[in-house]
Design a binder for this molecule. Structure first.
Ligand SMILES: [Zn+2]
Length: 434
């Protein structure tokens, strides 16, 4: 026998109220369907903009509810329960799939419409909207629409907005590209939707459970094209899945490193083997080993880590700073090993920067920690390297010892030396982002 629970009755009542409300409102404007998420980390910073460079305006605590308005550079623009608007790093929130695609576009249909701070006539006026201005409606209640307005939100009477016939989500036009270093993906969230196109508008082909292993096919914007074990192909949001070589993300307390996007660049790769040791081993092998240790350490700290290569493959120089720009890296760290013209001529580590204001503070912060290494610290120097010169993001290049020096080499190929490097970079970044 079916016994409706109190909860269910409540839900039915709520739903009928919502539908009653919307039918009373002008039928041309649909309710923007919003995704509400609950904060699971102990604290998460809310910033004024989508990146670490913006000031913190509030902090969220475990259990707080927020509504996602839009997404940019893997950051979510969110509406807090106080109706304030801010940004949080998407990787610090547990959620399966968020998109702004359900927001409604509209046009102001009246001259000089006032944008109000609150949904009330006597509320403060934030500005005026001209007739035919396009607005994004993020929420509606009691005849008022909340719209995006000058990097925050404002309220406008819903009657002054005419809904636009929206063409489908723009992300569907993104051309997939293949990242050959990714082989497979593991879902780190439950109930992940496998969709027919790289957008939240794509129809759901399957719902996948946590820890599902997927074959990677391509990348399209913030989505991975994948194939499931039972042969279904489709798209999953990239923040629900971890590429094969990386660790699971962890839920951390808010700290600046946890909110940072770090690009780690393993020098050389593939046909470009870099410098040679006396044992005929290659620089490219050790730079990748070191990068993997650093990546694991930073991910443990909650950071969003992106690698320029994850395997022994050739990557040209220009794509490396380009990747940093694309992911809006807060820091780019290139890992190399030095060599001298003759064996056993030189020893020690060097930290290179290019831009005095952009890069040198990062170089100083990291270099200070490298004092813990068993090799001589040769200090911070200007270096005219392409990966630094062409980099729009704060960038450094670390030469972590001379590969053709027998004493340096003993350390370079040891796991304990590589682990110390990871710890030092972690500490240096933590200080740098404070
Ligand atoms: Zn090198």
């Amino acid at each position: 026998m079916f016994r409706p629970t109190k909860k269910l009755i409540g839900l039915v009542l709520l739903l009928s109220l919502i539908f009653a409300g919307s039918s009373l409102a002008r039928p041309t404007v649909t309710h923007a369907r919003q995704e509400t998420i609950t904060v699971t980390a102990n604290t998460v910073n809310v910033r004024m903009g989508p990146g670490l460079a913006y000031d913190t305006m509030a902090q969220l605590k475990k259990g707080d509810k927020i509504t996602v308005i839009t997404q940019k550079n893997s950051w979510y623009q969110v509406r807090l329960s106080s109706d304030k608007i801010g940004w949080v790093a998407s990787w610090l929130l547990k959620n399966t799939e968020i998109s702004s695609a359900t927001n409604t576009e509209g046009t102001i249909n009246t001259a000089n419409v006032l944008a109000k701070e609150n949904p009330a006539d006597d509320s403060d006026t934030l500005g005026t909207l001209q007739q035919n201005a396009t607005v994004t409606v993020v929420y509606e209640k009691t005849g008022w629409s909340q719209i995006l307005f000058k990097k925050t939100v404002a309220w406008v009477k819903s009657a002054y907005i005419t809904e636009k016939k929206t063409s489908d989500n723009t992300t569907e036009n993104i051309q997939p590209t293949v990242d050959s270093s990714i082989k497979s993906l593991t879902l780190h969230d439950d109930n992940v939707k496998l969709r027919s196109s790289p957008s939240i508008g794509g129809h759901i082909k399957a719902t996948l459970s946590k820890k599902s292993q997927l074959t990677y096919l391509a990348t399209a914007g913030d989505w991975y094209k994948v194939q499931t074990k039972d042969g279904k192909t489709g798209y999953v949001a990239n923040w629900t899945a971890t590429p094969s070589t990386s660790n699971k993300p962890v839920t951390t307390n808010a700290n600046d490193l946890a909110e940072a996007t770090i690009v780690l660049d393993a020098g050389h790769g593939g046909n470009d083997s870099g410098a040679l040791s006396q044992k005929k081993t290659y620089e490219k092998t050790f730079t990748l080993q070191i990068v993997k240790k650093v990546a694991a350490k930073l991910r443990q700290g909650g950071a969003h880590v992106v690698l320029t290569r994850k395997s022994d493959k050739y990557v040209g120089l220009s794509p490396r700073p380009a990747l940093a720009k694309k992911v809006h890296a807060d820091a780019f760290i290139s890992i190399h090993l030095d060599s001298s013209p003759e064996n056993n001529q030189a020893s020690g580590t060097t930290t290179y920067y290019y831009g005095k204001s952009k890069d040198k503070p990062l170089a100083n912060a990291l270099n200070k920690q490298l004092d813990h290494l068993p090799l001589d610290n040769r200090g911070v120097e200007f270096g005219n390297f392409l990966v630094l010169r062409d980099n729009k993001q704060p960038a450094v290049l670390l030469e972590l010892g001379y590969i053709n020096d027998s004493n340096d080499y003993k350390h370079i190929h040891s796991s304990s030396y590589q682990t110390e490097i990871a710890n030092d970079i972690y500490k240096g970044l933590t200080r740098y982002f404070k």
